[in-house]
Ligand binder design. Structure first.
Ligand code: 6PG
Length: 239
């Protein structure tokens, strides 16, 4: 595991943008597509805004990038809580991507159906289940959740399905999420976490006893791939 700590979220977003741009370039020098899982939440907005500007807008070969999502809130696309909508607004509408390479988790159909459909899309891409995405961007909630793997939910333990839908009573909504096995088969996973609200949780996730039911982010351990944590000083405060 590699830690990257920056003074503040602005610096952190710059560091990750620069690191990611180099990583994409390196991967694309060896293969002709790059599969990228985007994250929802508020923290990545600055990163997406940077990627949509110079020098990254020109430096990244956007046509070769295929986009996926780690999780989705089952609300209409136009709803401001929709993770895909946020990524379009901040990034995808601003860079020259190929629309055919964008794979959102659909919310115009039932969540269970959407999860089944998404799993099919993924299985068409990745015929070797041991090798999936080139890059997965993850956030961590103040409660230690990542993706839609919330503390105490059954989906944390899912071993077979790649994508699951379930009802989250605390938020009164359905969620659609990638499961741990498909993320742990990625070539590279990076958490982006910022703010003092995450400091205590981050200490438990990284230094505490294993307890994935309480701190689901602990379940993310790529089997063969790299794991990076990009955190600001405030979130790293208790490490
Ligand atoms: O749909 C979601 O809720 C997100 O995908 C979620 O997993 C997010 O990444 C974390 O909650 C961190 O969110 P912040 O960046 O807003 O702290």
């Amino acid at each position: 595991m590699e830690m990257h700590i920056a003074n503040d979220t602005g610096r952190l977003s710059h560091d990750l943008a620069a690191w990611l741009s180099d990583y994409i370039k390196d991967v694309l020098s060896k293969q002709d597509r790059f599969t990228f899982v985007l994250s929802g939440g508020s923290t990545p907005k600055q990163l997406y805004a940077l990627l949509a500007e110079s020098p990254y807008k020109e430096a990244i070969d956007w046509q070769k990038i295929h986009f996926f999502w780690g999780d989705e809130r089952a609300v209409p696309f136009e709803d401001s809580r929709n993770n895909a909508k946020m990524c379009y607004d901040e990034l995808l509408n601003k860079v020259p991507v190929n629309p055919a390479h964008i794979h959102i988790m659909r919310t115009d159909i039932g969540p269970e159906e959407s999860a089944i459909e998404y799993e099919k899309v993924l299985k068409e891409y990745f015929n070797d289940p041991e090798v999936t995405f080139d890059f997965v961007l993850l956030g961590m909630g103040d409660d230690g959740h990542t993706l839609s793997l919330f503390p105490g939910t059954e989906v944390i333990h899912e071993e077979r399905a790649w994508v699951k839908a379930f009802y989250l009573p605390a938020q009164e909504m359905f969620r659609i999420t990638l499961t741990a096995p498909v993320v742990n088969s990625a070539a590279c996973v990076a958490f982006l976490a910022a703010g003092a609200g995450k400091a205590e949780t981050l200490k438990h996730v990284l230094k505490g006893e294993p307890n994935i039911d309480l701190y689901p982010s602990q379940i993310i351990k790529p089997v063969k791939g790299q794991l990076h944590w990009f955190v600001d000083q405030a979130a790293a405060g208790n490490l």
